[in-house]
Design a protein around this ligand. Structure first.
Ligand code: ADP
Ligand code: MG
Length: 344
């Protein structure tokens, strides 16, 4: 059997099963955006690690060294924010082919440094097959503010704090060699792909809000990421496709290119916004305070419902945990049908 047959999450489950018994009582290991290590009775350290591999996660001729340095750290800072924590320190391990220019490295570290978070150590090695970047970030959080994937409650609203799909649209444009176009919309979407903005302040603030129950960041696409919350919290969700927030820029480009933007928005990754579940009776107040503080909106895209027996009872089952409501497309056979359980 090959790794491909069990997939990334199949492999992670194997590792988790093997190491679960070695995880100290009260610590949280594999399964959330960060591991959680209690420091004292009030504080915890959170830790995340993410790797970017050339030609898997980026094409080095298409992204500047500055952007790569920035993005490599951004994806880790996003995981810290997703716990309701603040970043405190980073470690960087980097594998570089010997042909890489020193100027490339200077620009990479300038991008990395742009977040102002300390880099305290790491490892440097040569690579025979492309650039490899692995970053570990430590964060700190008051124990009461930590947001886990497993804390969604039936009745909670499913909420995101950012437009979805800009990054995926940018990637589509890159793959169709549109990066040299002078079209401003194209440039905006490609920039969204190369320069994701992690919700650092927003995550730390949402951590302090009791009405926010479960939280995670959107790295693989909301369709796939939400399933992690639903599995961990043993519930299902109904998502309204009409409510998926899509930027005007993405709408315009999708119309021009003939893309189904809603499909791209839910299944495309790398938006690095936050996905959370919120007590419905406190949502309006939360959203008001959020928009006053950050100048942007919280978007309700659906609701948590009780676990439907037989749907995803066991981890390897491909049945869907999410019911997709789409009034516009339900009767249109030319488009994807989202109502009912959808398979990816
Ligand atoms: P994220 O996208 O939030 O970074 P991932 O989907 O990469 O999360 O990982 C899911 C969980 O599996 C996380 O808790 C992560 O730490 C853990 N994980 C992933 N790969 C490994 C590995 N090789 N060894 C141990 N834990 C891993
Ligand atoms: Mg994450």
């Amino acid at each position: 059997m090959q790794i491909n047959d069990i997939g990334e999450f199949g492999l992670i489950r194997k590792i988790a099963n093997l190491f679960d018994s070695l995880t100290p009582e009260g610590w949280d290991g594999i399964g959330d955006d960060c591991a959680i290590i209690p420091i004292d009775s009030e504080h915890s350290m959170v830790v995340t690690s993410d790797m970017l591999v050339e030609d898997v996660h980026f094409i080095s001729s298409r992204i500047s060294a500055y952007e790569l340095g920035r993005k490599a750290l951004a994806v880790n800072l996003s995981d810290i924010a997703a716990m309701g924590a603040r970043p405190t320190a980073t470690f960087l391990s980097i594998g570089l082919p010997s042909s890489v220019e020193v100027e490339w490295c200077d620009a990479f570290f300038e991008g990395y440094r742009s977040f102002g978070v300390p880099l305290l150590g790491g490892d440097t090695t040569s690579s025979k097959s492309g650039i490899v970047v692995n970053i570990t970030v430590l964060g700190s959080c008051s124990i009461n503010n930590i947001k886990r994937r497993r804390d969604a409650k039936v009745g909670d609203l499913v909420v995101v704090n950012a437009h979805l799909g800009d990054s995926a649209a940018g990637l589509q444009l890159l793959l169709s060699n549109a990066e040299s176009s002078n079209n401003l919309d194209f440039k905006t979407l490609i920039a969204a792909h190369h320069n994701p903005e992690p919700s650092i302040e927003q995550g730390a603030w949402l951590g302090t809000q009791k009405s926010v129950h479960a939280m995670m960041d959107i790295s693989d696409g909301v369709a796939s990421d939400l399933k992690h919350i639903l599995r961990a919290s043993q519930c299902n969700a109904i998502i309204n496709m009409d409510e998926i927030p899509i930027s005007d820029t993405a709408q315009r480009v999708a119309a021009q290119m003939g893309w189904n933007m809603v499909e791209l928005a839910v299944s495309g990754g790398e938006d690095y916004g936050l996905l959370m579940t919120v007590e419905p009776e406190h949502f309006d107040e939360l959203a008001l305070q959020y928009s006053e503080k950050f100048g942007t909106k919280l978007y309700v895209i659906g609701q948590i419902v009780e676990q439907i027996r037989g749907v995803d009872d066991h981890a390897n089952c491909r049945e869907d945990l999410i019911a997709w409501n789409d009034s516009a497309n339900t009767n249109n056979s030319d488009t994807h049908t989202y109502s009912g359980f959808r398979h990816f």
